[in-house]
Ligand binder design. Structure first.
Ligand code: SF4
Length: 362
């Protein structure tokens, strides 16, 4: 993995942020693309929010990208573009919590700090036979204390990475490979035969499921996209406008109401296009998407940060949430084609799909 072959604090930092809540195979191409586009803190600091979100498009948890960007700007402004090598200073940057601080500072600067991710939690809970739920505050403190006590003074970054790697490859959630484990002689869970029952996790509550009406609003060969407001989920990303269905409301009525409330726009709702279900960490959303038409009227930005009538070939320049990328696919625009549909035959193909889609509303 490329982030294992570098001590560049910025590269380590980017990888650690990406790997939070994302699996290695998913993060890898994003990491490579991100580092090509923003190879230094200064390059990231100089980029626009939209360029950063576009590079993060599809990776999810977009607040990570916005925090990283804000932190890079702060590093460029206050630290001459050098990632602070003092944990207390680094920890003050946006989005830098205990884990990110410990990982970056130990790997890049050799600071004797622990870094406890989900894999390390599993290893430690078994190693010390912790039988309480690992999500509790007191247990979290105990896990971090245990981790700190183990970090050696030399090569603490290698140690942290080794513990996390042990959790991902040997001390796996199911069927840990204890006979192959380098800490088997010390592991209390193994000695007590508890390794298959630890770590203890609280049962997750069922996540709510909501229905959202989304309009593909056409006007003279363009569609309306709205930018999600700052401070809200998916802030800064562009979406086909709409909103949550009220109890007893039909989806076409929901879309009409939402467009009036969000943009002060009167629309005609046409054919159903597609239903798209997407699961976030705390919410499951089904987008019920309809072609719509809005022949006239000025868009007012009442509940979004921006709104634009865009040609299809402009959409690849804007960052969209994963669910809206699937709506593009339903419009006959392959995601990769859409990404690259800027010239020649691809653009013509994209535009002919656009015209076809628009005709279904007429
Ligand atoms: Fe995990 Fe088994 Fe190693 Fe203990 S001995 S840390 S349970 S793999």
């Amino acid at each position: 993995m490329p982030w294992r072959r570098t001590r560049d604090p910025y590269a380590v930092w980017v990888s650690e942020v990406m790997l939070q809540q994302t699996q290695v195979p998913t993060a890898l191409p994003y990491y490579e693309g991100f580092m090509r586009q923003f190879p230094t803190v200064r390059a990231l600091a100089a980029a626009s929010d939209q360029a950063v979100l576009k590079a993060w498009e599809g990776l999810g948890y977009y607040r990570r990208a916005l925090h990283l960007h804000a932190a890079a700007r702060q590093v460029a402004r206050e630290h001459g573009g050098r990632v602070p090598d003092k944990p207390v200073v680094f920890r003050r940057l946006p989005g830098v919590g205990r884990y990110t601080c410990g990982a970056v500072q130990s790997i890049a600067f050799g600071r004797r700090l622990a870094a406890v991710d989900g894999n390390a939690v599993r290893v430690l809970a078994r190693w010390f036979a912790i039988t309480q739920a690992v999500t509790g505050t007191a247990v979290q403190r105990r896990l971090w204390d245990a981790a700190e006590s183990l970090v050696p003074p030399s090569a603490p970054g290698d140690w942290n990475q080794a513990v996390m790697e042990l959790g991902s490859r040997v001390c796996t959630p199911r069927a840990p490979r204890c006979p192959a484990c380098p800490v088997r002689a010390l592991c209390l869970a193994r000695a007590r035969g508890l390794q298959d029952r630890l770590p203890v996790k609280r049962k997750r509550k069922a996540i709510p499921h909501i229905e959202v009406g989304a309009g593909i609003i056409w006007r003279r060969g363009r569609v309306l996209l709205c930018q999600r407001p700052a401070g809200k989920m998916l802030a800064g990303l562009w979406e086909f406008p709409g909103g949550k269905r009220h109890p007893g409301e039909s989806i076409p009525d929901c879309i009409r109401r939402e467009l009036k409330e969000e943009c002060d726009l009167d629309i005609e709702v046409g054919e159903h296009l597609v239903d798209v279900t997407h699961t976030y960490s705390h919410l499951r959303v089904t987008l019920r998407c309809y072609h719509c038409r809005s022949p006239r009227g000025r868009v007012r930005r009442l509940a979004c940060d921006d709104a634009r009538w865009v040609r299809l070939d402009e959409i690849p320049g804007l960052p969209l949430p994963a669910a809206d990328l699937r709506i593009l696919t339903a419009l006959g625009i392959d995601r990769e084609t859409a990404r690259r549909a800027t010239r020649g035959p691809r653009r013509r193909a994209a535009n002919s799909a656009l015209r076809e889609a628009e005709n279904t509303v007429e």
